[in-house]
Write a protein that binds this ligand. Structure first.
Ligand SMILES: CC(C)(COP(=O)(O)OP(=O)(O)OC[C@H]1O[C@@H](n2cnc3c(N)ncnc32)[C@H](O)[C@@H]1OP(=O)(O)O)[C@@H](O)C(=O)NCCC(=O)NCCS
Length: 166
């Protein structure tokens, strides 16, 4: 199975929403992506294609840490169409996302999700870096893409308001 990862292009938006709706079984995550896009806060948007069909997507958006704007970026929502899960596509999207962060010179990435899944990419509980998100606990994770990027940062992380839709 050949998988292509590329940046979102004009006209991809409906297919991206459909992937999130199918993967999460609800519309909330698709609404977050649409809202980020509409507000110019979808800083990067990567899709996975199999036979020219979008089967996966991951979004990159800004977060604030204790009033420091753009101190870090958020990974997510991340989704792979159920028919294509378990074949490494989610992993390819996360790897491409992290590579994209290095190219953009982003230092710190946070994610809200399953620790068992994200730990394989090097994410660890963000609380070890002194970073917190509401009552998310260990589900809130962070990765220093640039070593030392979290130095001097601590406190509550704020996602873009679009995430209130989730
Ligand atoms: C999570 C998700 C993106 C993974 O995509 P994928 O293409 O299936 O992932 P990969 O094929 O790269 O990796 C599969 C591995 O992830 C593991 N995995 C999948 N969902 C997991 C979960 N909820 N918790 C822990 N591990 C999980 C699988 O067990 C598998 O492990 P293995 O490699 O040891 O066999 C996909 O399952 C999905 O879209 N889920 C629904 C939406 C969602 O929950 N998004 C993530 C929010 S944090």
């Amino acid at each position: 199975m050949k998988v292509l990862i590329r940046a979102e292009q004009p006209g991809d938006d409906e297919d991206i929403s459909e992937v999130h709706i199918r993967a999460f079984g609800r519309t909330a995550e698709a609404a977050v992506v649409e809202s980020l896009r509409g507000q110019g806060a979808l800083l990067a948007s990567l899709v996975a294609l199999v036979r020219d069909r979008i089967v996966g997507h991951v979004a990159l958006s800004p977060v604030e840490i204790s009033d420091s704007p753009r101190a870090a970026v958020a990974l997510g929502p991340l989704a792979v169409d159920p028919e294509h899960q378990g074949r490494g596509i989610g992993g390819m999207l996360v790897d491409a996302f992290l590579q994209h962060c290095r190219v953009r010179d982003e230092g710190l990435v946070v994610v809200l999700g399953y620790p068992d899944y994200y730990s394989r990419f090097g994410f660890t509980p963000a609380e070890r870096l002194g970073l917190h998100y509401r009552d998310a606990g260990v589900a809130f994770q962070a990765l220093e893409v640039r070593p030392g990027a979290a130095d001097g940062l601590s406190g509550e992380v704020r996602y873009h308001p679009a995430f209130e839709l989730a």
